[in-house]
Design a protein around this ligand. Structure first.
Ligand SMILES: [Zn+2]
Length: 330
Protein backbone atom coordinates (compact mmCIF):
# COMPACT_ATOMS: atom_id res chain seq x y z
CA UNK A 1 0.00 0.00 0.00
CA UNK A 2 1.43 3.37 -0.98
CA UNK A 3 1.35 6.36 1.29
CA UNK A 4 -1.78 8.45 0.84
CA UNK A 5 -1.53 12.20 0.36
CA UNK A 6 -2.85 12.84 3.89
CA UNK A 7 -0.16 10.71 5.48
CA UNK A 8 2.55 12.95 4.11
CA UNK A 9 1.35 15.83 6.27
CA UNK A 10 1.51 14.08 9.61
CA UNK A 11 1.73 17.19 11.77
CA UNK A 12 -1.70 18.68 11.22
CA UNK A 13 -3.77 15.75 9.95
CA UNK A 14 -6.45 14.14 12.05
CA UNK A 15 -5.77 10.81 13.77
CA UNK A 16 -8.21 8.46 15.49
CA UNK A 17 -7.61 6.89 18.89
CA UNK A 18 -9.74 3.91 19.97
CA UNK A 19 -9.66 2.76 23.59
CA UNK A 20 -11.02 -0.79 23.59
CA UNK A 21 -12.43 -1.36 27.07
CA UNK A 22 -14.42 -4.20 28.57
CA UNK A 23 -17.72 -2.30 28.45
CA UNK A 24 -17.20 0.52 25.96
CA UNK A 25 -15.04 1.64 23.07
CA UNK A 26 -14.08 5.28 23.66
CA UNK A 27 -12.70 7.24 20.74
CA UNK A 28 -11.25 10.66 20.00
CA UNK A 29 -9.83 12.42 16.99
CA UNK A 30 -6.76 14.52 17.58
CA UNK A 31 -5.26 17.30 15.47
CA UNK A 32 -2.02 18.81 16.76
CA UNK A 33 -2.68 17.34 20.19
CA UNK A 34 -6.16 18.87 20.43
CA UNK A 35 -9.26 16.68 20.77
CA UNK A 36 -11.61 17.55 17.89
CA UNK A 37 -14.28 14.86 18.18
CA UNK A 38 -15.00 12.13 20.69
CA UNK A 39 -17.57 9.50 21.50
CA UNK A 40 -18.20 6.03 22.80
CA UNK A 41 -20.00 2.88 21.68
CA UNK A 42 -20.70 -0.30 23.66
CA UNK A 43 -18.14 -3.10 23.35
CA UNK A 44 -19.95 -6.12 21.88
CA UNK A 45 -19.75 -9.21 24.11
CA UNK A 46 -20.44 -11.51 21.18
CA UNK A 47 -16.93 -12.29 20.01
CA UNK A 48 -13.92 -10.92 18.17
CA UNK A 49 -15.70 -10.43 14.82
CA UNK A 50 -18.30 -8.14 16.32
CA UNK A 51 -15.68 -6.18 18.29
CA UNK A 52 -13.63 -5.63 15.13
CA UNK A 53 -16.79 -4.57 13.28
CA UNK A 54 -17.53 -2.05 16.05
CA UNK A 55 -14.00 -0.61 15.85
CA UNK A 56 -14.19 -0.36 12.05
CA UNK A 57 -17.65 1.19 12.40
CA UNK A 58 -16.22 4.06 14.45
CA UNK A 59 -13.41 4.52 11.92
CA UNK A 60 -15.98 4.71 9.11
CA UNK A 61 -17.61 7.63 10.94
CA UNK A 62 -14.25 9.40 11.03
CA UNK A 63 -13.03 9.37 7.41
CA UNK A 64 -10.77 12.37 8.00
CA UNK A 65 -8.41 10.39 10.25
CA UNK A 66 -5.25 9.37 8.41
CA UNK A 67 -4.15 6.74 10.94
CA UNK A 68 -5.69 4.71 13.75
CA UNK A 69 -4.37 3.82 17.19
CA UNK A 70 -5.99 1.03 19.17
CA UNK A 71 -5.34 0.70 22.91
CA UNK A 72 -6.26 -2.58 24.60
CA UNK A 73 -5.60 -4.21 27.96
CA UNK A 74 -3.23 -7.15 28.12
CA UNK A 75 -0.27 -8.37 26.13
CA UNK A 76 0.19 -7.71 22.43
CA UNK A 77 2.68 -8.17 19.61
CA UNK A 78 2.99 -4.85 17.75
CA UNK A 79 5.27 -6.33 15.06
CA UNK A 80 2.76 -9.01 14.08
CA UNK A 81 -0.19 -6.74 14.85
CA UNK A 82 -1.79 -9.19 17.21
CA UNK A 83 -3.47 -8.89 20.59
CA UNK A 84 -2.22 -11.94 22.47
CA UNK A 85 -4.27 -11.69 25.65
CA UNK A 86 -7.23 -9.36 26.18
CA UNK A 87 -8.24 -10.10 29.76
CA UNK A 88 -11.42 -8.02 29.82
CA UNK A 89 -13.01 -9.10 26.50
CA UNK A 90 -13.87 -12.71 25.75
CA UNK A 91 -12.68 -14.10 22.45
CA UNK A 92 -9.91 -16.06 20.74
CA UNK A 93 -7.77 -12.97 20.17
CA UNK A 94 -4.34 -14.52 19.72
CA UNK A 95 -5.33 -16.35 16.54
CA UNK A 96 -6.48 -13.16 14.80
CA UNK A 97 -4.43 -10.67 12.82
CA UNK A 98 -6.27 -7.79 14.46
CA UNK A 99 -4.01 -5.07 13.06
CA UNK A 100 -4.21 -6.29 9.47
CA UNK A 101 -7.93 -6.99 9.65
CA UNK A 102 -8.62 -3.47 10.91
CA UNK A 103 -6.25 -1.94 8.37
CA UNK A 104 -8.11 -3.77 5.60
CA UNK A 105 -11.53 -2.84 6.96
CA UNK A 106 -10.64 0.84 7.38
CA UNK A 107 -8.08 1.43 4.64
CA UNK A 108 -5.78 3.12 7.12
CA UNK A 109 -2.61 2.11 9.00
CA UNK A 110 -3.27 0.69 12.47
CA UNK A 111 -1.07 0.98 15.56
CA UNK A 112 -1.69 -1.40 18.47
CA UNK A 113 -0.72 -0.33 21.98
CA UNK A 114 -1.22 -1.56 25.53
CA UNK A 115 -3.83 0.64 27.20
CA UNK A 116 -1.69 1.71 30.17
CA UNK A 117 1.21 2.57 27.87
CA UNK A 118 -1.18 4.50 25.60
CA UNK A 119 -2.52 6.45 28.59
CA UNK A 120 1.08 7.22 29.55
CA UNK A 121 2.02 8.34 26.05
CA UNK A 122 -0.94 10.72 25.89
CA UNK A 123 0.01 12.18 29.28
CA UNK A 124 3.65 12.47 28.25
CA UNK A 125 2.82 14.23 24.98
CA UNK A 126 -0.24 16.28 25.88
CA UNK A 127 -1.08 15.81 29.57
CA UNK A 128 0.23 16.00 33.13
CA UNK A 129 3.74 14.86 32.23
CA UNK A 130 4.16 17.13 29.20
CA UNK A 131 7.68 18.49 29.26
CA UNK A 132 8.88 16.04 31.93
CA UNK A 133 11.97 14.00 31.16
CA UNK A 134 11.38 11.32 33.78
CA UNK A 135 7.92 10.14 34.77
CA UNK A 136 5.97 7.16 36.08
CA UNK A 137 2.41 6.40 35.04
CA UNK A 138 -0.10 4.28 36.94
CA UNK A 139 -3.58 3.29 35.78
CA UNK A 140 -5.76 2.35 38.73
CA UNK A 141 -8.67 0.45 37.27
CA UNK A 142 -10.09 -3.03 37.69
CA UNK A 143 -6.44 -4.03 37.54
CA UNK A 144 -3.36 -1.82 37.72
CA UNK A 145 -1.23 -0.92 34.72
CA UNK A 146 1.75 1.30 34.29
CA UNK A 147 4.49 2.77 32.19
CA UNK A 148 7.81 4.52 32.60
CA UNK A 149 9.35 7.43 30.72
CA UNK A 150 12.94 8.54 30.88
CA UNK A 151 14.66 11.26 28.87
CA UNK A 152 11.22 12.19 27.55
CA UNK A 153 10.58 8.80 25.93
CA UNK A 154 8.46 5.82 26.95
CA UNK A 155 10.66 2.89 27.97
CA UNK A 156 8.92 -0.43 27.47
CA UNK A 157 11.84 -2.78 27.93
CA UNK A 158 12.31 -6.21 26.45
CA UNK A 159 9.64 -7.21 23.92
CA UNK A 160 7.91 -3.95 24.97
CA UNK A 161 6.26 -5.72 27.88
CA UNK A 162 7.64 -3.58 30.70
CA UNK A 163 5.64 -1.24 32.91
CA UNK A 164 3.63 -3.93 34.70
CA UNK A 165 3.51 -1.99 37.96
CA UNK A 166 0.36 -3.85 39.02
CA UNK A 167 2.34 -7.07 39.30
CA UNK A 168 5.12 -5.74 41.51
CA UNK A 169 5.15 -7.91 44.65
CA UNK A 170 4.10 -6.04 47.78
CA UNK A 171 2.80 -8.95 49.93
CA UNK A 172 4.77 -11.83 48.42
CA UNK A 173 4.69 -14.27 51.34
CA UNK A 174 1.10 -14.23 52.53
CA UNK A 175 -0.78 -12.13 49.99
CA UNK A 176 -3.80 -12.81 47.83
CA UNK A 177 -3.66 -14.80 44.62
CA UNK A 178 -3.32 -12.69 41.48
CA UNK A 179 -4.80 -13.27 38.03
CA UNK A 180 -1.23 -13.52 36.72
CA UNK A 181 -0.64 -16.62 38.86
CA UNK A 182 1.56 -14.99 41.49
CA UNK A 183 0.77 -14.01 45.08
CA UNK A 184 0.61 -10.54 46.64
CA UNK A 185 0.92 -8.41 43.49
CA UNK A 186 0.04 -4.73 43.96
CA UNK A 187 -3.25 -5.11 42.09
CA UNK A 188 -4.42 -7.87 44.46
CA UNK A 189 -4.56 -5.21 47.19
CA UNK A 190 -5.05 -1.85 45.49
CA UNK A 191 -6.82 -2.71 42.21
CA UNK A 192 -10.52 -2.08 41.77
CA UNK A 193 -11.37 -5.76 41.57
CA UNK A 194 -9.42 -6.40 44.78
CA UNK A 195 -11.24 -3.62 46.65
CA UNK A 196 -14.59 -4.99 45.48
CA UNK A 197 -13.70 -8.54 46.48
CA UNK A 198 -12.24 -7.57 49.84
CA UNK A 199 -15.25 -5.34 50.50
CA UNK A 200 -17.59 -8.20 49.54
CA UNK A 201 -15.83 -10.42 52.09
CA UNK A 202 -16.52 -7.80 54.77
CA UNK A 203 -20.21 -7.77 53.87
CA UNK A 204 -20.42 -11.57 53.91
CA UNK A 205 -18.76 -11.89 57.32
CA UNK A 206 -20.69 -9.03 58.89
CA UNK A 207 -17.48 -7.13 59.58
CA UNK A 208 -18.64 -3.88 57.95
CA UNK A 209 -22.26 -3.01 58.80
CA UNK A 210 -22.14 0.42 57.15
CA UNK A 211 -20.80 -1.07 53.92
CA UNK A 212 -23.44 -3.81 54.03
CA UNK A 213 -26.15 -1.18 54.43
CA UNK A 214 -24.74 0.86 51.54
CA UNK A 215 -25.00 -2.09 49.13
CA UNK A 216 -28.32 -3.45 50.40
CA UNK A 217 -26.61 -6.46 51.96
CA UNK A 218 -25.45 -7.72 48.56
CA UNK A 219 -21.72 -8.57 48.60
CA UNK A 220 -21.56 -8.69 44.80
CA UNK A 221 -22.76 -5.08 44.62
CA UNK A 222 -19.69 -3.64 46.38
CA UNK A 223 -17.84 -1.13 44.19
CA UNK A 224 -14.34 0.19 44.95
CA UNK A 225 -15.86 3.64 45.43
CA UNK A 226 -18.10 2.28 48.24
CA UNK A 227 -15.07 1.04 50.18
CA UNK A 228 -13.20 4.33 49.65
CA UNK A 229 -16.20 6.50 50.53
CA UNK A 230 -16.80 4.69 53.84
CA UNK A 231 -13.15 4.56 54.90
CA UNK A 232 -13.61 7.28 57.54
CA UNK A 233 -16.77 5.86 59.14
CA UNK A 234 -16.32 2.09 58.76
CA UNK A 235 -13.08 0.88 60.41
CA UNK A 236 -12.91 -2.28 58.29
CA UNK A 237 -13.12 -0.18 55.11
CA UNK A 238 -10.52 2.18 56.57
CA UNK A 239 -8.17 -0.76 57.01
CA UNK A 240 -8.65 -1.85 53.38
CA UNK A 241 -7.90 1.68 52.17
CA UNK A 242 -4.85 1.88 54.44
CA UNK A 243 -3.58 -1.46 53.17
CA UNK A 244 -4.10 -0.39 49.54
CA UNK A 245 -2.49 3.00 50.16
CA UNK A 246 0.53 1.46 51.85
CA UNK A 247 0.89 -1.05 49.01
CA UNK A 248 0.76 1.76 46.45
CA UNK A 249 3.29 3.66 48.55
CA UNK A 250 5.67 0.70 48.60
CA UNK A 251 5.45 0.28 44.81
CA UNK A 252 5.80 4.00 44.07
CA UNK A 253 8.61 4.51 46.58
CA UNK A 254 10.50 1.57 45.06
CA UNK A 255 10.06 2.97 41.56
CA UNK A 256 11.01 6.45 42.73
CA UNK A 257 14.23 5.21 44.30
CA UNK A 258 15.12 3.38 41.10
CA UNK A 259 14.10 6.02 38.57
CA UNK A 260 13.94 9.43 40.31
CA UNK A 261 10.94 10.69 38.34
CA UNK A 262 9.79 14.31 38.35
CA UNK A 263 6.13 13.33 38.31
CA UNK A 264 3.92 10.30 38.92
CA UNK A 265 0.68 10.50 36.91
CA UNK A 266 -2.22 8.41 38.22
CA UNK A 267 -5.28 7.72 36.08
CA UNK A 268 -7.95 5.06 35.63
CA UNK A 269 -11.42 4.53 37.03
CA UNK A 270 -10.27 4.08 40.64
CA UNK A 271 -8.02 7.17 40.60
CA UNK A 272 -10.91 9.24 41.97
CA UNK A 273 -10.18 7.47 45.26
CA UNK A 274 -6.59 8.70 45.30
CA UNK A 275 -7.16 11.37 48.00
CA UNK A 276 -8.16 8.58 50.41
CA UNK A 277 -4.96 6.66 49.62
CA UNK A 278 -2.68 9.69 49.64
CA UNK A 279 -1.86 9.92 53.38
CA UNK A 280 -0.63 6.30 53.28
CA UNK A 281 1.22 6.75 50.01
CA UNK A 282 2.85 9.95 51.29
CA UNK A 283 3.84 8.30 54.58
CA UNK A 284 5.72 5.53 52.75
CA UNK A 285 7.13 7.89 50.13
CA UNK A 286 8.56 10.27 52.73
CA UNK A 287 10.06 7.43 54.73
CA UNK A 288 11.63 5.57 51.82
CA UNK A 289 12.63 8.22 49.29
CA UNK A 290 15.48 9.81 51.21
CA UNK A 291 18.24 9.93 48.62
CA UNK A 292 16.09 11.14 45.70
CA UNK A 293 13.72 14.09 45.37
CA UNK A 294 10.07 13.38 46.10
CA UNK A 295 8.13 13.55 42.82
CA UNK A 296 4.89 15.43 42.27
CA UNK A 297 1.85 13.13 42.16
CA UNK A 298 -0.75 14.23 39.60
CA UNK A 299 -4.09 12.73 38.65
CA UNK A 300 -5.49 12.47 35.13
CA UNK A 301 -9.19 11.83 35.53
CA UNK A 302 -10.40 12.33 31.93
CA UNK A 303 -12.14 9.10 30.94
CA UNK A 304 -10.91 9.62 27.37
CA UNK A 305 -7.23 9.77 28.37
CA UNK A 306 -6.62 6.27 26.99
CA UNK A 307 -8.19 7.19 23.65
CA UNK A 308 -6.14 10.40 23.51
CA UNK A 309 -3.03 8.33 24.09
CA UNK A 310 -3.98 5.88 21.34
CA UNK A 311 -4.46 8.83 18.98
CA UNK A 312 -1.14 10.38 20.02
CA UNK A 313 0.42 6.99 19.29
CA UNK A 314 -1.09 6.96 15.80
CA UNK A 315 0.03 10.54 15.15
CA UNK A 316 3.64 9.86 16.08
CA UNK A 317 4.51 6.53 17.72
CA UNK A 318 7.07 6.30 20.54
CA UNK A 319 10.71 6.20 19.47
CA UNK A 320 11.71 2.74 18.27
CA UNK A 321 8.17 1.36 18.21
CA UNK A 322 7.37 -0.90 15.23
CA UNK A 323 5.78 0.55 12.13
CA UNK A 324 1.99 0.48 11.93
CA UNK A 325 0.18 -2.47 10.35
CA UNK A 326 -1.08 -1.82 6.84
CA UNK A 327 -3.65 -3.63 4.76
CA UNK A 328 -2.42 -6.88 3.27
CA UNK A 329 0.08 -7.59 6.04
CA UNK A 330 -0.88 -10.76 7.91
ZN1 LIG B 1 0.08 -10.39 39.38
Amino acid sequence: MTQGPQEAHSGTASVLGLDLGGTSIKWVTLVDGQVIRKGRVPTPDTGVDDVLRALAGVAAEVPEARAIGVAAAGALDPVAGRLLVVPNIAGDWATRAVGAELAEATGRPVHLANDARAFAYGQLRHGEAAGAADAIFVTLGTGIGGAIASDGELRMGRARRGGEIGHMPVEPLDGRKCGCGSIGCLETIAGGRALSELGADLVRTGAAPALAAAVGGRPDAVEPADVVRLADVEPACGRLVARAGHALGVALASLTNALAPEVIVVGGGVAAGLPAFRPYIDEIMSRYTVLVETPRIATAMDGYAGAVGAAAWAADPPAGYPAPIRAGRR
